[in-house]
Design a binder for this molecule. Sequence first.
Ligand SMILES: Cc1cc2nc3c(=O)[nH]c(=O)nc-3n(C[C@H](O)[C@H](O)[C@H](O)COP(=O)(O)O)c2cc1C
Length: 177
Amino acid sequence: MNGLDLIKNRRSVRNYRPEPVAKDLLEKIVDAGRLAATAINIQPWEFIVIIDPARKKELADLTEYGKFIKNAGACIAVVAKDTKYYLEDGAAATENILLAATELGLGSCWVAGDKKPYADKVLSFLGVSEGYKLVSLVAVGYSEGELPNPAKRPLSEVLHWERFYAPVAQPDRAPAF
Ligand SMILES: Cc1cc2nc3c(=O)[nH]c(=O)nc-3n(C[C@H](O)[C@H](O)[C@H](O)COP(=O)(O)O)c2cc1C
């Protein structure tokens, strides 16, 4: 798939077939994560892959809206050293992971980590050292059933040329440069 199609076709998947995901696929996905853009190339991230069913369930149970993690073949925890741009860096890595999973025919879903009350419990469950933050937990596995089709705000509503304007004041076409 080309990059733009990949972006268009990626969806958050919460229903999974109970099938493991091969380690080489998980390695490719993490490899995409580590290649993300990162402020001043610090690369503060570490990626912890959880595939053991009992550990996946325990992890899923720690989350609020990520109970489906237990049904996915794997969960990738994105953690980052507590640097100035850890959240932006970790989010960029997480998006790369979602896109790589899509490219490899796998479903995935970003489950919130940073700011969640369970973040410290997850870090401790994963044995992460002091000084790291939990950015995200990404469920990865083979999708079951139809992909969701969440509403997306149209380009015409979110794109502003030159300056911000309220939707009513939007020109009906882009300026000609
Ligand atoms: C920071 C962040 C946290 C999210 N946390 C959760 C979560 O805890 N549980 C969940 O089911 N989905 C979570 N999502 C996925 C969003 O619900 C999803 O991206 C959104 O509904 C749009 O759907 P799409 O990803 O298919 O485009 C999260 C997404 C982001 C970016």
